[in-house]
Design a protein around this ligand. Structure first.
Ligand code: ARG
Length: 590
């Protein structure tokens, strides 16, 4: 898969050839980072398996491989340890070559996928009439990082925000607006239009009406029936309801776009559940005629249970008994829409772990119907964001925290932290604000993404907006420091030159840079952005060590000076790339 081989890849080739010479498979020569960096840089454990195959002593096999590896210019030292482990110490030459490659490559030595795929990413998933709150933050931040990563690896990604704009909530809201403003033309079935261009409700109104309506719908059965009827009428095209619904969507979208801009997140498609609607009749016909959909208690369903199921697996409901389309139907319709318009080879749904069953049902239905195969549909679940008390994040008075307020809070803390650290004091007020916002976004994204996706995590604003420790602001500051170093070097006319690794801290930095490929592969294959965060942090740490041990601008030897500057610039480039994949934008100064 790698065109641009990292050191482990190059060593694997050399070790693989040695195994082949012994009549064994090349794959036994797989080399990876050493578990004991104090003893070796890399290790290969294939001799044990190889010995078993040949009925020989593993140390004997290992010794032959070691002898062959010693002939490689990449290797400074190589020895057998224990029962047949092979420990490898890299040569300065090998490190220098790899460092030069990374420094010269605009992708910082990263590999790309051999066969790019068309990938759909479904994330965001905000709901119309609801302001974006902290609960939707994870989907947005994780999804955005994955779209950046997959694009960087060479895939062709189409991201879709998939708004929740079509369910029962819409009928509930229509009825609530009707109660409050009964005289509006939207409710008059004999009205022939045109409908007002101005929305009768603001986002604040929607925020107030929505919980009111859903509360009533839950407790009052008569009201619930009315809401279901209104939902069905909306879906079947009643003009007044459609016109009012369009206002709900537009009003909501203004806020969503503002939040996206503030977070630096973009989507290719702003589609919603409603866009699945036109596909439903053909799906029902198709699945009916093939005996896949059945009419059951007034609803069209598709059974998805399997013999081997250990848990209950209810059927999906394509069209419910009111003739309306719910969450299952809209997701299956969306699959057909995407198959026809994009024909994806992989679809990733970045949605709360609590929806795992829903996706399992929908994916099975899609597979049964022969639309998109189950193995090309993946639900990437994530845990909840909790407050410092370990419970789902709430405002002080117990409400859900709106994302806009949350970002404003983070901006405030970032501004205060910058003042404390005396950062940004020599730039204009406007630039200061811009930098503080970048710090805030870095804090939010890094704290979210650095956790293993599937776990819950505790969000602690004070801790994450800190320039110390494993935080976004720490890495941002590290990158800015190199940027300013680069500016000073340019001003002094110092130029980067060939990299020659001498100090331990320089070795460690090159090895950290070389770790990029492995981190990319792990994050890409597992769809786990925290691996990128780990790499960014390891790189930041290695750079600190290097910066402390290897002075650059005050170094008197011009060759060393040029080499160190080259290493610093290579680090900056990779740090900016990896932070970019996390969705973090590095300011020029602080
Ligand atoms: N709107 C949904 C919610 O808030 C999330 C949508 C996720 N995407 C999907 N294709 N179902 O729960």
């Amino acid at each position: 898969m790698t065109q641009n081989k990292d050191l482990a890849g190059l060593l694997s080739d050399a070790a693989g050839a040695a195994f082949v010479a012994l009549g064994l498979e090349a794959s036994l020569g797989a080399v990876r980072r050493s578990d004991r960096p104090d003893l070796a840089d890399f290790q290969c454990n294939g001799a044990m398996a190889g010995a078993k195959k040949l009925g020989k002593n593993p140390r004997e096999i290992a010794t032959s491989v070691v002898d062959a590896l010693k002939g490689s210019s990449l290797v400074a030292g190589c020895e057998v340890a224990g029962p047949g482990f092979i420990n490898i110490k890299l040569s300065a030459d090998g490190l220098n070559k790899r460092a030069a490659e990374i420094a010269a490559d605009e992708r910082s030595g990263a590999w790309t996928v051999e066969t790019p795929r068309r990938v759909v990413m479904d994330f965001g998933g905000w709901n119309v009439a609801k302001e974006m709150h902290i609960g939707h933050l994870r989907s947005t931040v994780i999804g955005d990082s994955l779209q950046r990563l997959f694009r960087f690896m060479g895939d062709s990604v189409t991201s879709d925000v998939h708004l929740g704009d079509w369910g029962l909530q819409m009928g509930q809201l229509i009825n609530e607006v009707k109660l409050e403003q009964p005289g509006l033309p939207y409710f008059d079935a004999s009205f022939t239009g045109p409908y007002p261009e101005q929305s009768p409700v603001t986002m604040d109104d929607l925020g107030r009406l929505y919980p009111l309506a859903s509360g009533k719908s839950k407790t009052d059965e008569a009201r619930r029936n009315e809401d279901r009827a209104a939902t069905q009428e909306l879906q079947s095209g009643r003009p007044g309801y459609r016109a009012l619904w369009k206002h709900f969507c537009n009003v909501t979208r203004v806020g969503l776009e503002r939040e996206c801009k503030s977070l630096g997140v973009t989507f290719d498609l702003w589609k919603g559940e409603s866009d699945a609607e036109p596909f439903i009749p053909q799906i029902v016909d198709d699945l009916k005629s093939r005996g896949i959909s059945e009419f059951d208690q007034g609803a069209w369903i598709v059974r998805v249970a399997r013999e081997s199921d250990k848990k209950e697996m209810p059927p999906i409901i394509l069209v419910n008994r009111d003739g309306a389309i719910g969450y299952h139907g809209s997701d299956l319709g969306t699959i057909v829409d995407r198959k026809q318009s994009i024909d994806p080879q992989l679809s990733l749904y970045i949605v709360d772990q609590r929806q795992a069953l829903h996706f399992e049902q929908v994916f099975r239905a899609s597979d049964r119907a022969g639309y998109l195969p189950e193995k090309e549909l993946e639900h990437l679940g994530f845990g909840t964001v909790n407050g410092p008390d370990g419970k789902p994040f709430k405002t002080r008075d117990g409400g859900t925290l709106k994302l806009q307020a949350f970002i404003a809070q983070a901006d405030e803390v970032a501004t205060a932290r910058m003042k404390e650290a005396e950062l940004g004091s020599d730039v204009s007020e406007a630039e200061q604000q811009d930098i503080a916002h970048k710090v805030a976004v870095a804090a939010i994204k890094f704290s979210d993404l650095s956790n293993v996706r599937t776990t819950n995590y505790i969000f602690d604003l004070e801790r994450f907006v800190s320039f110390e420790g494993k935080t976004g602001p720490y890495l941002l500051y590290a990158a800015v420091r190199v940027k300013s170093l680069a500016r000073r070097a340019a001003a002094e006319g110092v130029k980067a030159g060939p990299i020659t690794v001498e100090l331990d801290a320089e070795r460690a930095l090159v090895l950290a840079l070389d770790g990029f490929n492995d981190a990319l592969r792990g994050a890409y294959e597992k769809r786990m952005p925290h691996i990128l965060c780990e790499h960014a942090y390891a790189l930041g740490q290695a750079f600190s060590g290097f910066y402390a041990a290897a002075p650059i601008l005050v170094e008197s030897d011009p060759v060393k000076k040029a080499s160190r500057l080259a290493l610093a610039l290579a680090t900056l480039k990779q740090l900016e790339i990896v932070l970019g994949l996390i969705g973090i934008d590095v300011p020029d100064r602080m």
